[in-house]
Design a protein around this ligand. Sequence first.
Ligand SMILES: Nc1ncnc2c1ncn2[C@@H]1O[C@H](COP(=O)(O)OP(=O)(O)O)[C@@H](O)[C@H]1O
Ligand SMILES: [Mg+2]
Length: 271
Amino acid sequence: MQAETLSMPEPTRPAPILQVSGLHKWFGALHVLRGIDFSVEAGERIAIIGGSGSGKSTFLRCLNFMETPSSGRIALDGTPLGRTTAGKPDEVRYPESELCRVRERVGMVFQQFNLFPHMTVLENAMEGLVTVKRMKKGQARERALRELHKVGLGEKTDVYPGRLSGGQQQRVAIARALAMEPEILLFDEPTSSLDPELVGEVLRVIRQLAEEGRTMLLVTHELGFAYHFATKVIFLADGVFHEVGTPDEVLKHPGQERTRAFLDRFTEFSF
Ligand SMILES: Nc1ncnc2c1ncn2[C@@H]1O[C@H](COP(=O)(O)OP(=O)(O)O)[C@@H](O)[C@H]1O
Ligand SMILES: [Mg+2]
């Protein structure tokens, strides 16, 4: 009787918005993610730092299933994604229809923007609404315009991406992601391919989203920004979360030698 009571979930605490358990990812013989356990509560802002090739992009890509996890499980709002067969709990199948819904709920912004060059800014921002959400064009247009205004591009709706600066293109990509009204936003080094003078305009948009209380994961080398932006910082190394803590703990007073060595390579940031 007592054991039964103890195993009851706490009624007042909602399930984390995102939960990852035992995540591994192999590319052939390359073992990139080596057992990651992780959960995100609504409203958390998590900055992920780590060396080049450490698996930061792979981790984000697994969260919205652009890469299929080799093993482990990902749950949204307490519901594990994918299907298993009785007796084979480790073999998870991911039906494409389910993954489409996941990608609507988990939005992604890439380092290289990934806009369609043959579509205008407005068409780019509407694309997912029309093709994935099957929204009527008029309604999709309205919502895309709302998000383009929000990122400061209301005047550029009929322009093609090739005519925009990198910072403007990245803001279009953010508007496109926002238009889908995702529950979680993933940013994969959103300012890494920008000229230094364009970084600020993109970070300002991300800061504005933070002020709205959105749930976000941000892979970045902008450590000064990460310090002010994040509720939690993760240092990824050797395919595991080597150190996790508050921005003060991880960026100012890292407990692990490996984290300190990584941070020492950044000479230019200040908090
Ligand atoms: N699709 C892929 N096929 C094979 N190897 C890959 C693939 N994607 C990434 N990798 C490898 O996985 C490792 C981690 O890559 P990545 O996640 O892009 O690192 P990061 O984003 O931290 O720089 C690297 O060694 C990279 O070469
Ligand atoms: Mg990367």
